[in-house]
Design a protein around this ligand. Sequence first.
Ligand code: SF4
Length: 302
Amino acid sequence: MDSAAATARCEQKARYEANKLAKRLRSAVGAAIADYRMIEEGDKVMVCLSGGKDSYALLDILLALRDKAPVRFELIAFNLDQKQPGFPGHVLPEYLKSRGVPFHIEEQDTYAVVKRVIPEGKTTCSLCSRLRRGIIYRVAKGLGCTKIALGHHRDDMLQTLFLNMFYGGKLKGMPPKLVSDDGRHIVIRPLAYVCERDLEEYAKARAFPLIPCNLCGSQPNLQRQVIKDMLQQWEKKFPGRIETMFRALQNVVPSHLADPGLYDFAGLKIRDAPFPGGDIAFDEDPLPAEGGDRQRFPLKIG
Ligand code: SF4
């Protein structure tokens, strides 16, 4: 085979793999949207774009699903230009215009506020996020959006669970859908079933014009990095473990945890009839093989 033919063959294979990945991602996002009823008829969804791979992928997949979905909904892309030094303000508008997506760019110098308020060397993320959140809610209201879509994926959600467990003493993750803290918005995470590695591949295949995420000069969150490394090592050693753990989040048994606020342990009484889901007391629960029984996602919305 000559080199031109070999190159053509490679390109064809790359296209085939990229199509397969795109289908898998659309299917996973469609399933998450359906399972949590994230998007309904008539919704106007504000898709928050940071310029990173996750939010580009989120918008791209939602655009593809919108064109085929059985429900009608609108998408509007949103970016907050926080005036970080070196932020290339032209990149997102140019991309969004090229895709024909309606968008809103909000310019707010939160960078200067954070620098002024937080002493040098201290972590700036919590104030920065708080400011950003307030602006997102205000803009969503102004634009008449009924949903706010964020680009967090399955791995972010699991990392948050372990962060809260290890450092906060709480069994609390990052939900696929929630009411915002001001009570006025529904926030959705349509990438809840998508793993980060697939998003990296997808961003490469789609050649998104990525904007670096360290422009603010803040140190990366070391605790999150520790958890991320831990999960990646587990996954390497026991393939499928992350997916199994995510499924555990969807399969909670409050009577077998220890939160008296979640389950009425104080009021427990014996009963004559068998108790469905009751404990087998001193026997161990049979466990399925690790990585087995994988979930399959249907492609549907609504
Ligand atoms: S990394 Fe920078 S931009 Fe992101 S939340 Fe922290 S301070 Fe804000």
